[in-house]
Structure formats: structure tokens, C-alpha cells
Design a protein around this ligand. Structure first.
Ligand code: RB5
Length: 158
């Protein structure tokens, strides 16, 4: 599984910690930066990660900024991206189970790096309930989101 990850300065430490642990767990990780903890714009890293997903170069994205809010706003502008801001493992589980989220956004300032890693682990290990017979309602809802993508700007499927 290929994971693209990016952060601004607000998520720098958490990103480094998560990248190290993802490597240890055997994930194929594309780390798009930022390269140093100096102030920078979260927008640029959200764009890089979402483009990797849109181009089929990554299966899931992880974005971390101070709150996770800026990252999630940017990521959800991209067709085919379903970005979920998660500050607990319960959110991460439901983001995959119900929303088929493909980008996890979290906070480098309001969540400890250890909790952020737990959130990532849950997000990457859970699956979409809409692929199961008893979860058709979730598929129907996510399909409606895709229709909005189509209506707004014809998109590449991710
Ligand atoms: C940077 O100070 C901060 O605004 C950013 O990391 C993020 O929280 C934005 O949503």
C-alpha cells in the first residue's frame, strides 16, 4: 500500500514520527515535506498529496497541519478526494467505514504524536462498509458525493 504524507510546520514533528513508524510497518511512503520546521503554507503540501492520489501514485494520503483544518479544506477541493479531519481513533474508524475517506487530516498541535500515529494506524487498517452487503447505504451516500464531483468538474477517478 502506498501512502503519501505531507505537513506544514505545525505538523512537522508528528509527520516525522509517523513516517518513521510507517516505514517500520512496511508501508511504501512518499513524504512530500515540508523539509524543515520553518513556517510554510499548508496549501502546498495538501496539493502535492492530493495530486499523487489523483494520478494513482498513492492509495491513501495523510496531511497534518496545526489543526488539520486548513489541510482538510484544501484536500476536499480535489475531485475524488474524500478528506476527513480526525482527532480520535473513533473518527478515523468511521471515516473509513462510513465515508470511504482516502485522505486523513489530523492535528500536530492538539493531538499528541503518539495519538496521531494511533489515528493513522486505525485509518489504514479499517475498510469501507459500503463494499459489504449490509453497508449499501454508505455506498449510496459516497456515490452521491461522486456525483457532485462530476457536476462540479469532470474528474479523474481515484
Ligand atoms: C499555521 O500556523 C496554521 O495556521 C496551520 O498549521 C493550520 O492549523 C491551518 O489550518
Amino acid at each position: 500500500m502506498k501512502i503519501a504524507i505531507g505537513s506544514d510546520h505545525g505538523g512537522f514533528e508528528a509527520r516525522k514520527y509517523i513516517v518513521g513508524n510507517l516505514h517500520k510497518s512496511g508501508y511504501d511512503v512518499i513524504d512530500v515535506g515540508c523539509v524543515e520546521p520553518a513556517t510554510c503554507d499548508y496549501v502546498d503540501y495538501a496539493v502535492k498529496v492530493c495530486e499523487l492520489l489523483q494520478n494513482g501514485d498513492a492509495d491513501f494520503g495523510i496531511l497534518i497541519c496545526g489543526t488539520g483544518i486548513g489541510m482538510s479544506i484544501v484536500a476536499n477541493k480535489f475531485c475524488g478526494i474524500r478528506a476527513a479531519l480526525c482527532v480520535s481513533t473513533d473518527f478515523a474508524k468511521l471515516a473509513r467505514n462510513h465515508n470511504d475517506a482516502n485522505v486523513l487530516c489530523t492535528s500536530g498541535r492538539f493531538v499528541s504524536k503518539e495519538t496521531a500515529l494511533e489515528i493513522v494506524d486505525v485509518f489504514l487498517s479499517e475498510s469501507f462498509d459500503g463494499d459489504r452487503a449490509d453497508g449499501i447505504r454508505h455506498k449510496k451516500r459516497v456515490d452521491k458525493i461522486a456525483l457532485i464531483d462530476e457536476r462540479e468538474r469532470k474528474c479523474r477517478t481515484v
